[in-house]
Design a protein around this ligand. Structure first.
Ligand code: AMP
Length: 322
């Protein structure tokens, strides 16, 4: 069976951009691929320096996958650091990559944009991410557009390794980006991101969610005038959540005039809340049962380690480490 792999950093609240951009497409792929989905706690260490927070975010991020319906009887859901083989593969890969590729890395740019320091971990991110992907002989990697460049680095590294050490040393992965959700906008209309502080957390209680959605930046067209739905953050988010019929109806109200942005934000709140009400309860149930979450991760890491050990053995033998 072909394999799908993706990861998410436990660095804070999982947000609507993570959900629509990656988690939801990845859940769909988990039906036809053998899924390896992980909580990227090694990656999170580039910014999270509080152990209690790292544990909390790891629990919450795992609970998010479970609440949104990942079937862990079929998919391996695991913590990146439970498979330390990834660090060995990262080292081996790092010997094949010119430093310039890392200088141009998206993670470095995004850290700089967010005013964060660029430590060696941030710089090394594409190598560790390549190891994440290549360790599991992944065929397909569902991600948001911001990760495209990293998956391309992984592809190049697999091709290079196969060139030096023989075909079949590492599987060459393919990126999977769903165009309609490749870049979900945040409260200010820029890409939604924890590092930009413009995110809509998935698991806010309804009242807080509504209040936050009211803060989405819109233009100042007066209530009575027609408004342009295209490019408007509220509409862009709404159309990803609502049926074609409801989306057409909302478009009509933008164009007709007589409705304010507050009305549209209320529609967005209702659409989002309707989808999240059930999962929100599930999420809370998992968060309140950390031992059950740990068991899921334990099971996932056992499966992941089997595959990882086989890959590392193969790479060691091909490269002359054994
Ligand atoms: P991260 O929070 O950086 O670990 O991202 C986890 C996944 O969510 C990655 O596949 C990202 O590409 C995806 N993602 C994050 N933010 C967005 C966004 N605003 N739009 C689409 N995908 C996103």
């Amino acid at each position: 069976m072909k394999r799908a792999l993706t990861g998410i950093k436990p660095t804070g609240n999982v947000h609507v951009g993570n959900w629509l951009g990656m988690i939801d497409p990845a859940l769909a792929l988990a039906d036809e691929y053998e899924a390896f989905y992980f909580i990227a706690d090694y990656h999170a260490m580039t910014t999270v320096r509080d152990p209690a927070k790292l544990r909390k975010f790891t629990l919450e991020t795992t609970a998010t996958w479970l609440a949104l319906g990942l079937n862990t009887d079929r998919a391996a859901l695991f913590r990146q650091s439970d498979v330390p083989e990834v660090c060995e593969l990262a080292w081996i890969l790092s010997c094949q990559i010119p430093t310039g590729v890392l200088e141009r890395g998206h993670a470095v740019k995004s850290a700089k944009d967010g005013g964060l320091d660029v430590n060696v971990g941030t710089w090394y991110y594409p190598v560790l991410m390549s190891a994440d992907i290549l360790l599991y002989d992944s065929d397909i990697v569902p991600v948001g557009r911001d990760q495209k460049q990293h998956v391309e680095v992984a592809r190049d590294l697999a091709v290079k390794m196969n060139h030096h050490f023989g075909e079949g040393t590492l599987a060459v992965p393919t990126v999977s980006i769903k165009d309609s959700v490749a870049t979900i906008p945040g409260l200010d209309g820029k890409k939604m991101s924890k590092s930009y502080g413009n995110e809509i957390p998935l698991w806010l209680p309804p009242k807080k969610l509504r209040k936050l959605l009211m803060k989405i930046v819109t233009d100042s067209t007066p209530v009575e005038e027609p408004k342009n739905p295209d490019g408007d953050t509220v509409f862009e988010l709404y159309k990803l959540l609502a049926s074609a019929e409801d989306t057409a109806a909302l478009r009509g109200r933008y164009l007709s005039g007589g409705f304010g942005h507050g009305h549209f934000k209320q529609d967005l709140f209702e659409a989002l809340d309707a989808l999240l009400a059930g999962p929100r309860e599930e999420y809370q149930r998992w968060v309140d049962e950390p031992d059950s979450v740990k068991q899921v991760l334990q099971r996932g890491s056992e499966r992941a380690r089997e595959v990882a050990a086989a890959t590392v053995d193969r790479v060691r033998s091909r490269t002359g480490l054994t």
